[in-house]
Design a protein around this ligand. Structure first.
Ligand code: 0RA
Length: 650
C-alpha cells in the first residue's frame, strides 16, 4: 500500500468519527441518560461476544468518581498485530473504524443493525478520552484516544503471563455530546443482571467508586432457568422449571419456562442477548411448538374429558413465564423498534427443537404434564365464561343508540331537554301518533302488544325481547346497573296506552320495566303517562273531549243535554245524535285520527300528562313485586283492596 492510500484511509476514519459526533443519536439512539448508558452496554457487549464464543468468563465494570467507566474482560484481547492492509495495529482499527470489530472474527454472533453492535469505535468517538489496555502474547499493550482520535500509536507498556489475556477499556463520555453525564448504578446493574442470566457461564461484577463503593456480582449457574424463577418470584409456580437446550441449523437455542398460579403471559425472547420486544420468528416457533405438543399430549393421555372444549394457543400460555434465548449469526431485525426477528429459518429451528424436547419431558414427567394441562383447561373454561360475558356486553352494545330501532320515528331536535318520546301501544295508534306529532321534538316508538313481564323473566330473556330492546336503544342510556340517565336522549318518556283494561295492563308492564331497569328516569321525574280522552262530544261544528266521566257530565250540562241522550251513546262507538249533540267513546287510541290525537293528547299546549313519581321506593318495589311477581295470592289481595282505584295510575 502506498503512502497516499494510507493517508486516504486515515481521512476516511476521521470522516467516520466526525459523522458519529455530528449525529450521535443515529448510532446510540439519543444523547440523554439512555444514550449515556448505552455506551457502557456497547463496550460490555464486546466482552459478552468474547464470552459467547467461550473465551471470556469474567467481566468487571467500575464506575469511577469522575464518571469515567472501566469495562474489563478476560477474553483473548483485541488483536494488536499490524494489520496488513491498514498498516497499523489491529487494535487501532477496531477502536477507530466503524463496524470494524466484527470483521476480525466471523465465528462470533455479532449483531448487525439494531441498537447494539455499532461497535466500540462509536463509544470512542463520543468519548472525551478513551484508554484501552490489551493483555495478549505475554505483553500489555496500550493506546489512548481523544474524541476517537489516537493520541499515539499502540505501545507495549509491560509484560504479563503468556496465558493472561484480556481487554480493559476506560472511557469518559464527552460532555460536549451528552446532556447527562452521571451514570446510574441501578441502570447499569439491571442490564448486567440480565446478561448474567442469559450467559450462565459468566460472572459480571459492578463496582461504584463514587459513593461508599457499592459492589455487586452476578453469576447464575442456572442461567435462564434462574431467570424464569426470578421473574416468577412473586408467583406460585405449579411445577419445576422446564429447560430445553440444543442447536438446530447452527442456531443455539435455549428455552426455560414454567406455569404459575397467575393468569398473565410473560414471555421474554432474546436474540444474541438482545430483548426482542416485538418477538419474531423464534417466538412464533416457540408458541407453535408449545400449543401443538401440549395438545398432542393432552389427547394422547385423555386429559381433555370435556370434548366440547377446544384449547387455544392463549389457553396454553395463561400463567406461563418463559425465556427464549437464541444465537443467530446474521440476525435480521425488523419492526418499529428493530426488535423483531425476521429470519424465517429460525421458526422451524425453534419449533422442532422445543417440540421434540418438550414431548420427551412430558413423557418423563407425567405429574408435571397433568398439572400443566389442568391449568390450561381451567384457562379454556375461564375464556369460555369470559366470551359469554363479552357477548352479553356486545348485546348491550346492540342496545345503544347507534342501532336505533327501525320502528322509531325520531325527532329532529337532538337536545334531550327539548325532546320527548311517546311509547305507544299498538301499530295503528303509533301510525296516528307519527302523523299527528310535531316531528321537531316528538319521537314515536310504537310497541306491539304486551311487552314481557320483566318481573318474571331472567335478564337474558329480557334482553331477547324485541320491544324491550327497542326501548333501551331508543332511550340510549343503557339499562340496569349501567343505566346512565345523563345519556337519555329524551327529557320526557311518555307512555301512551289505550284507556281500557289491556291498555292499563300494558302501562303497568312498561312501568315495571322502567322501575326495574331505568329507575333513575322515574326518580328524575322524566316518566309520564299520556291522558287520551275517553269521550268526544260534538255539537254542530264544535268538538269537546272528556277525559273522564265527571268531565263528560260537565260538558253535557254545559251543552244542556239530558241524561237520556248520554246513556244511549256511551256504550258504543256509533255516534248518537240527540238534539244535535253526539257523544262518542274512544275505545282505543287507534280510533282517533292524527289530528285528533295531536289536539287531545300530544299538543303540549292543550294536553294533560301525568307525571309518574316514586313516593317511596320500598313501597313501589313491593307493589311491582305484588302486581307482577309470581305469587298469586298477594296480587289478588292487592287488587281487591285497590279495586276502586283501578283506573288510577301509580
Ligand atoms: C476482534 C478479534 C478477536 C477478539 C476481539 C476483537 C475482542 C474484542 C473485544 C472488545 C472487548 N473485549 C474484547 N475481546 C476481544 C479475536 C482475536 C483472536 O482470534 O485471538
Amino acid at each position: 500500500m502506498s503512502k497516499n492510500e494510507y493517508s486516504a484511509k486515515s481521512i476516511n476514519v476521521l470522516k467516520g468519527l466526525e459523522a458519529v459526533r455530528k449525529r450521535p443519536a443515529m448510532y446510540i439512539g439519543d444523547v440523554s441518560a439512555r444514550g449515556l448508558h448505552h455506551l457502557v452496554n456497547e463496550v460490555v457487549d464486546n466482552s459478552i461476544d468474547e464470552a459467547m464464543v467461550g473465551y471470556a468468563d469474567k467481566i468487571g465494570i467500575i464506575i469511577h468518581k469522575d464518571e469515567s467507566v472501566t469495562v474489563e474482560d478476560n477474553g483473548r484481547g483485541i488483536p494488536v498485530d499490524i494489520h496488513p492492509e491498514e498498516k497499523r495495529s489491529a487494535l487501532e482499527v477496531v477502536m477507530t473504524v466503524l463496524h470494524a470489530g466484527g470483521k476480525f472474527d466471523k465465528d462470533s454472533y455479532k449483531v448487525s443493525g439494531g441498537l447494539h453492535g455499532v461497535g466500540v469505535s462509536v463509544v470512542n468517538a463520543l468519548s472525551e478520552s478513551l484508554k484501552v489496555e490489551v493483555k495478549r502474547n505475554g505483553a500489555i499493550f496500550f493506546q489512548e484516544y481523544k474524541k476517537g482520535v489516537p493520541v499515539k500509536p499502540v505501545k507495549e507498556i509491560g509484560k504479563c503471563k503468556k496465558n493472561e489475556t484480556g481487554t480493559t477499556v476506560t472511557f469518559i463520555p464527552d460532555k460536549e455530546i451528552f446532556k447527562v453525564t452521571t451514570f446510574k448504578f441501578d441502570t447499569v446493574a439491571e442490564r448486567m443482571r440480565e446478561l448474567a442470566y442469559l450467559n450462565k457461564n459468566i460472572t459480571i461484577k459492578i463496582k461504584d467508586e463514587r459513593n461508599g463503593g457499592e459492589e455487586i456480582s452476578y453469576h447464575f449457574k442456572g442461567g435462564i432457568v434462574e431467570f424464569v424463577q426470578y421473574l416468577d418470584e412473586t408467583r406460585q409456580p405449579l411445577h419445576k422449571t422446564v429447560y430445553v437446550e440444543g442447536e438446530r441449523d447452527n442456531t443455539p437455542i435455549e428455552v426455560a419456562f414454567q406455569y404459575s398460579d397467575s393468569y398473565t403471559e410473560n414471555i421474554f425472547s432474546y436474540v444474541n442477548n438482545i430483548n426482542t420486544h416485538e418477538g419474531g420468528t423464534h417466538l412464533v416457533g416457540f408458541k407453535t411448538a408449545l400449543t401443538r405438543t401440549l395438545n398432542n399430549y393432552a389427547y394422547k393421555n385423555n386429559l381433555i374429558k370435556d370434548n366440547k372444549i377446544t384449547l387455544t394457543g392463549d389457553d396454553f400460555r395463561e400463567g406461563l413465564t418463559a425465556v427464549i434465548s437464541i444465537k443467530v449469526a446474521e440476525p435480521q431485525f425488523e419492526g418499529q423498534t428493530k426488535t423483531k426477528l425476521g429470519n424465517s429459518e429460525t421458526k422451524s429451528a425453534v419449533e422442532t427443537l422445543v417440540g421434540e424436547k418438550l414431548a420427551e419431558f412430558l413423557e418423563e414427567n407425567p405429574p408435571v404434564g397433568r398439572k400443566i394441562l389442568e391449568k390450561c383447561l381451567r384457562a379454556a373454561e375461564a375464556r369460555e365464561a369470559a366470551r359469554k360475558a363479552r357477548d352479553l356486553a356486545r348485546r348491550k352494545n346492540a342496545l345503544d343508540n347507534m342501532n336505533l330501532p327501525g320502528k322509531l320515528a325520531d325527532c329532529s331536535i337532538t337536545d334531550p331537554e327539548h325532546c320527548e318520546i311517546y311509547i305507544v301501544e299498538g301499530d295503528s295508534a303509533g301510525g296516528s301518533a307519527k302523523q299527528g306529532r310535531d316531528r321537531r321534538f316528538q319521537a314515536i316508538l310504537p310497541l306491539k302488544g304486551k311487552i314481557l313481564n320483566v318481573e318474571k323473566a331472567k335478564i337474558n330473556k329480557i334482553l331477547e325481547n324485541e320491544e324491550i330492546k327497542a326501548m333501551i336503544s331508543a332511550v340510549g342510556a343503557g339499562f340496569g346497573a349501567e343505566f346512565d340517565p345523563g345519556k337519555a336522549r329524551y327529557g320526557k318518556i311518555i307512555l301512551m296506552t289505550d284507556a281500557d283494561v289491556d291498555g292499563s295492563h300494558i302501562r303497568t308492564l312498561l312501568l315495571t320495566f322502567l322501575y326495574r331497569h331505568m329507575k333513575d328516569l322515574i326518580t328524575a321525574g322524566k316518566v309520564y303517562i299520556a291522558q287520551p280522552p275517553l269521550y268526544k262530544i260534538k255539537k254542530g261544528k264544535e268538538e269537546f273531549y272528556a277525559y273522564d266521566d265527571d268531565e263528560r257530565k260537565e260538558i253535557l250540562k254545559r251543552l244542556k243535554v239530558n241524561g237520556k241522550a248520554e246513556l244511549e251513546t256511551t256504550e258504543t262507538m256509533e255516534e248518537g245524535a240527540v238534539k244535535g249533540v253526539s257523544i262518542s267513546r274512544y275505545k282505543g287510541l287507534g280510533e282517533m285520527n292524527p289530528e285528533q290525537l295531536w289536539t287531545t293528547t300530544m299538543n303540549p299546549e292543550t294536553r294533560t300528562v301525568l307525571q309518574v313519581t316514586l313516593e317511596s321506593a320500598a313501597n313501589a318495589d313491593k307493589i311491582f313485586e305484588t302486581l307482577m311477581g309470581d305469587a298469586v295470592e298477594p296480587r289478588r289481595e292487592f287488587i281487591e283492596k285497590n279495586a276502586k282505584y283501578a283506573n288510577l295510575d301509580i
